[in-house]
Design a protein around this ligand. Structure first.
Ligand SMILES: [Zn+2]
Length: 217
């Protein structure tokens, strides 16, 4: 069962005090998709790992609301100009929370890997929200962020490069770009470190290239 708990947060942008639900416990009994989307039995916890100020639209994980967080004037202005209007237009869904958190992270020049993770989770939220167009949009943002993380020399630890390369391929496959997907799946073998290890990554990359599955066993 997924258990939530109410916490009180103060927004570092507009000083609003608000309550938000956070995840105390969850489970992985709902299986895992081949893009590593782990499903819980019952309620999905994903939207509750991110908190969003309902007044200005600023969003992030709990530490982004810490007492020591002090944003620049430029970021404050970006929040008021870009996030606040979006909050008035759209439902405060899980995907919107992740999208806003990703924008804040991007304005803070957070690394591409972290950005990719936020976009990937936004896409996963869209799966539950039944919004396939937004899902593809966020998958594309995740794929390009992870690709740029892989392209920068030391952002991704050696032993994670093969898995992340596979994931970029799987994201393109789910977007519907088979050509791009194939190029990334083919690249996986060259990223295996040390050679001969991580056999499961090779197997799953071959499988997704030849006869793709939606779920891991
Ligand atoms: Zn706020």
């Amino acid at each position: 069962m997924t258990t939530l708990h109410l916490i009180e947060l103060t927004c570092p942008i507009c000083e609003s005090l608000f309550r938000s639900q956070t995840v105390v416990a969850t489970n992985a009994f709902g299986g895992k998709r081949t893009d590593f989307h782990e499903r819980a039995a019952g309620m999905q916890p994903l939207p509750y790992f991110i908190h969003m100020c309902t007044r200005c639209g600023y969003a992030g994980v709990e530490r982004d609301f810490g007492a020591d967080v002090d944003h620049s004037d430029r970021i404050r202005e970006n929040v008021w100009c870009e996030l606040t209007p979006a909050l008035a237009r759209e439902l405060p869904s899980g995907s919107l929370k992740y999208e806003h958190a990703a924008k804040v992270a991007d304005w803070q020049q957070t690394d591409a890997r972290y950005l990719g993770d936020l976009f990937l989770r936004a896409a996963w939220c869209c799966v539950d929200e039944g919004d396939t167009e937004a899902e593809r949009y966020f998958r594309r943002k995740a794929a390009t962020s992870f690709a740029s993380a892989l392209a920068s020399y030391d952002l991704v630890p050696q032993h994670e490069r093969a898995v992340l390369t596979y994931l970029v391929g799987e994201l393109w496959r789910r977007i519907g770009d088979q050509r791009e997907a194939r190029q990334w799946f083919v690249r996986v073998s060259g990223e295996i470190t040390p050679p001969g290890s991580q056999e499961w990554v090779m197997q799953v990359a071959d499988q997704q290239r030849e006869s793709p599955r939606e779920w891991f066993e």
